[in-house]
Design a protein around this ligand. Sequence first.
Ligand code: SF4
Ligand code: SF4
Length: 323
Amino acid sequence: MSEIKIEKINAIWLQGQGCTGCTVSLTGATHPSLPDLLTGFLPQAAGVALVFHPTIMLPHGEEAINVLESGLKGKLDPFVLILEGAIPNEELAEKTGGYWCMVGENGEGKPLTLNYWVDKLSERAAAVVAVGTCACYGGIPHGKPNPTGSKGLLSYLGRNWRSKLNLPVICIPGCPAQGEHVAEVLAHLVLTARGFLPIPELDEFHRPKFIFKATAHENCPRAGFFAEGKYSEEFGEPYCMGLLGCKGPIVHCDVPKRGFVEGVGGCTTVGSICIGCTEPEFPDEPLSPFFKKAPPGVFVSETFGDIKGKLYALLHRLKSRKI
Ligand code: SF4
Ligand code: SF4
């Protein structure tokens, strides 16, 4: 990608089939925080304007829709298009004369669907970012039996789709997405657009590797108990929760180490199993049933890891030690 000097960058945040949890999560981010991004606290990432966000913007009604219209006319270039929530199949709804997901209406009072805005705005966007598992891969709305035919941006626009800055769809999954993951990736993209940082390296599911490379298991503070073969049999016990259904070994996420808000919380850290909310299959198999042990492959490697861990621990304890 060639170096592009950009002073001001607009952000258009659309909401589809979701619960607004990712927005709530972003407003709780602290390093960096949303105000850090919007007020220029981080000098090199300054100049970001959140011009459209259904939950936290001041304009409403026609005034709000006019913002999206100006995006279509190129008046907001360059802008990042951010989606929270999944995208339904409007052709299914049309069969009965309805619609699933509407964002405003046209001059004749006809509903303008989320799909309409995603189709049009993605053509002009400098980058497109999917926030939360619903927006990335379909998430809960996409879960079986998926009555609205919903999907995430990665399959809606396609893996080969590229933005004006030649970037593929960038996915920040999580249910909800961890707030600082979102703030960090947005800040990174601003720095990329200004030529300060390379394009973030993505994994096969378009997740930035600098966040999603390691598994929840590798990041888990209970992994020591796993290695020693000590398992919780009931919630509330402090050991590895593999037997209670934890899917950490097959899930990419740093939340158990990083916490959820300012280092606090974080699923396995606070006694909950990992249900794999950052994975494309979520909430279906192999991540569900949530309270069932992980699938056979993991079970086998877990058992070997288990035996190996117990052996190492035993040998270590048998070693004579000198002070
Ligand atoms: S299986 Fe779950 S609880 Fe056990 S160490 Fe791995 S991530 Fe932590
Ligand atoms: S640890 Fe598991 S359940 Fe918790 S946020 Fe990460 S992927 Fe989701």
